[in-house]
Design a protein around this ligand. Structure first.
Ligand SMILES: NC(=O)c1ccc[n+]([C@@H]2O[C@H](COP(=O)([O-])OP(=O)(O)OC[C@H]3O[C@@H](n4cnc5c(N)ncnc54)[C@H](OP(=O)(O)O)[C@@H]3O)[C@@H](O)[C@H]2O)c1
Length: 165
């Protein structure tokens, strides 16, 4: 299992239920990395998607209150999620947010695809900073790209001690 996320210098990922930054090339990267795969997300992230379910992907939505969504597999607990994920090759599973789900499952992931945006803006949703977690190391980093006045890099972090899920 892996996760993919865009963070800024404060590891902020969202504000008022949506994204903070507009980076079409990051959305294209997200699409390329997750197409044909299984994506796991919290209900708030699912509801924030402009097009739901995400096309050409198996969508799994965590919703504690048991809500159901057409075209998505809905699970209401981590036990149910774990049972569902047994059906897939773990390398094809991507956790795609939001903060509650990233923070819960990040240490169960082997790789983290982190788009690092060199900026700081007001935010209300953050994930744990992998640079401060001893089990994670930065394994690869792209050149710096620029779009919409923002500088960003595509990074891959590796978890040296994956916790079994
Ligand atoms: N920058 C990025 O790459 C990125 C990516 C994705 C999302 N985001 C942003 O992140 C924000 C949303 O994050 P969020 O943390 O507020 O919401 P979230 O994680 O997307 O969704 C939270 C929901 O998931 C359910 N859930 C979480 N853990 C669960 C569990 N163990 N069992 C059952 N249900 C569970 C919760 O149910 P209960 O509350 O009922 O327990 C809650 O309804 C938005 O601003 C979004 O735009 C950013």
């Amino acid at each position: 299992m892996n996760f993919i996320v865009a963070v800024d210098n404060n590891w902020a990922i969202g504000k008022k239920g949506g994204l903070i930054y507009n980076l079409p090339s990051d959305l294209a990267y997200f699409k390329k990395m997750t197409s044909g795969k299984v994506v796991v997300m919290g209900e708030r992230t699912y509801l924030s998607l402009p097009k739901k379910p995400l096309p050409n992907r198996t969508n799994i939505v965590l919703s504690a209150d048991g809500n159901k969504y057409d075209g998505a597999i809905c699970v209401s607990s981590l036990d149910e999620l774990s049972a569902e994920l047994k059906k897939y090759d773990t390398e094809n599973v991507f956790v795609i947010g939001g903060a509650s789900v990233y923070n819960l499952l990040m240490d169960n992931c082997r790789l983290a695809y982190i788009t690092k945006i060199n900026a700081e803006k007001p935010a209300d949703t953050y994930i744990n900073n992998l640079d401060k977690k001893p089990n994670w190391r930065l394994a690869a980093q792209s050149q710096v790209f620029e779009e919409n006045g923002l500088n960003f890099t595509f990074c891959v972090y590796e978890n040296k001690k994956v916790t079994k899920f």
